[in-house]
Ligand binder design. Structure first.
Ligand code: FMN
Ligand code: SF4
Ligand code: SF4
Length: 393
């Protein structure tokens, strides 16, 4: 979402930063942008040169005594470098690791100077607010969350991409009215909000309005506005495993529970998805999640358990089905699937031809059989059967 703002309207961010610099008496601004976003970097460089040529940026802005310069810092893609103290360390050329606060950046930040750190979207909103007035901005939104929010819509939604909606709109309105509903008109199951550290909100709570307080109450977070839509084919245990795999890999390793606790949680989730879950695994995940959350120094560790805790809270029965019945209700976790050929099989040999392990036997025009000891649950036979004669359970 932020990359798109930088690529499509870099001047709005520069102008927002100049106004912020003027307001707090700063002369130097930095934009921390991933090196993996070359188009954003290219366009920011062009915009900076254009703004400097017009005297909107640099020395003596608009012929006044106010000067403000902007430098780009290309980050090497570490998630933890989004955390403010790690971000400043990275700009200073140090290893991008969070540090204890206080001191907070506002008192002692970059190069030990007072520093204001804001998101790209926040700065991009500033020129509009200054031009149109704060009343116009706050006429949209709720009591404590004003204006609009941009979401990067992804997953099983008909119209994905970026949408800008007023704060206070419901999840249901964003998914169905703005984005056209669920792909293939499948059943809406949940949304995951707030990126890898966010949480899952179930379809039952689709009337929840989007503002900072309401989203936080569900256990998710607004974050920078990632919104992944999930349908009935999404396994919520696998979703938790997927996001935790990311945060665990991105942990900087400074705090023991963030470094080791997330690793142990990932191991438990992986074994549940592999059909090797044990009684007590859910409670173990909850205990580890609480320890990771409460003993981590920065937001990465504090929020890493969110996807696990919210999926346990709203989809506990899916965890139980994996652990106790060795079944994946969404038919997603391959080791837990059983493929069987029904009597409606017309004996066309299609499934036998595509099976990579030669697990299917049968004569032409006779019902085929799967040898379960050879089946690797790849699903190729199910896809190949033209008469829907292969059941998945
Ligand atoms: C692990 C971690 C990653 C973060 N990544 C980003 C990021 O990619 N972009 C961003 O704007 N803020 C990110 N943040 C939040 C920033 O540290 C900071 O709080 C935010 O940019 C403040 O801006 P705002 O008050 O204008 O929203 C991250 C925080 C944490 C803990
Ligand atoms: S919580 Fe995790 S990412 Fe944050 S400082 Fe500790 S180890 Fe590093
Ligand atoms: S799921 Fe894959 S391995 Fe199993 S019978 Fe079908 S094609 Fe063969």
């Amino acid at each position: 979402m932020d990359r798109s703002v930088l690529e499509s309207d870099p001047h709005s961010v520069l102008e927002g930063m100049v106004i912020a610099g003027f307001a707090i008496g700063a002369g130097q601004g930095y934009i921390y942008v991933r090196a993996e976003y070359p188009k954003a970097i290219e366009r920011l460089n062009i915009a900076i040169a254009q703004a400097e040529a017009k005297k909107f940026l640099g020395d003596g802005i608009w012929g006044t005594s106010f000067s403000f310069h902007v430098k780009l810092k290309e980050g090497a893609g570490a998630f933890v470098c989004g955390e403010e103290t790690a971000l400043m360390a990275s700009i200073e050329g140090k290893r991008g690791m969070p540090r204890v606060r206080p001191p907070f950046p506002a008192t002692k930040g970059l190069w030990e100077c007072p520093t204001s750190i804001n998101n790209v979207e926040t700065f991009a909103n500033v020129p509009w607010i200054v031009t149109n007035g704060s009343r116009a901005f706050s006429s949209l939104g709720t009591a404590n969350s004003k204006g609009t929010k941009v979401f990067a819509m992804a997953g099983k939604v008909k119209r994905g991409g970026l949408v800008e909606v007023p704060m206070g709109i419901s999840i249901k309105e964003v998914v169905f009215d703005v984005c056209g509903g669920i792909k293939g008109d499948r059943k809406f199951k949940a949304v995951q909000m707030g990126g890898p550290s966010g949480g899952c909100i179930p379809a039952e709570l689709q009337n929840t309005i989007i503002d900072y307080e309401s989203i936080t109450k569900t256990g998710a977070i607004m974050g920078s506005g990632g919104l992944v839509v999930m349908d009935e084919t999404t396994c919520m245990v696998d979703v938790a495993r997927f996001f935790l795999e990311f945060t665990q890999r991105e942990s900087c390793g400074k705090c023991t529970f963030c470094r080791v606790g997330t690793k142990r949680m990932l191991e438990v989730l992986t074994r549940i998805c592999d059909g090797e879950g044990k009684d007590g695994d859910i409670e173990l995940l909850e205990q580890l999640a609480s320890l990771v959350r409460n003993t981590s120094l920065c937001g990465l560790g504090q929020s890493a358990p969110n996807p696990v805790l919210t999926t346990i809270k709203y989809f506990r029965s899916e965890y139980e089905a994996h652990i106790t019945n060795k079944k994946c209700p969404a038919h997603n976790c391959k080791p837990l699937l059983t493929y069987t050929i029904l009597d409606s099989c017309i004996g066309c040999l299609m499934c036998a031809k595509v099976c990579p392990t030669k697990a299917i036997t049968g004569e032409l025009k006779k019902v085929h059989v799967i040898d379960q000891t050879k089946c690797t649950h790849c699903g190729e036979c199910h896809k190949a059967c033209r008469v829907d004669a292969i059941a998945v359970d």
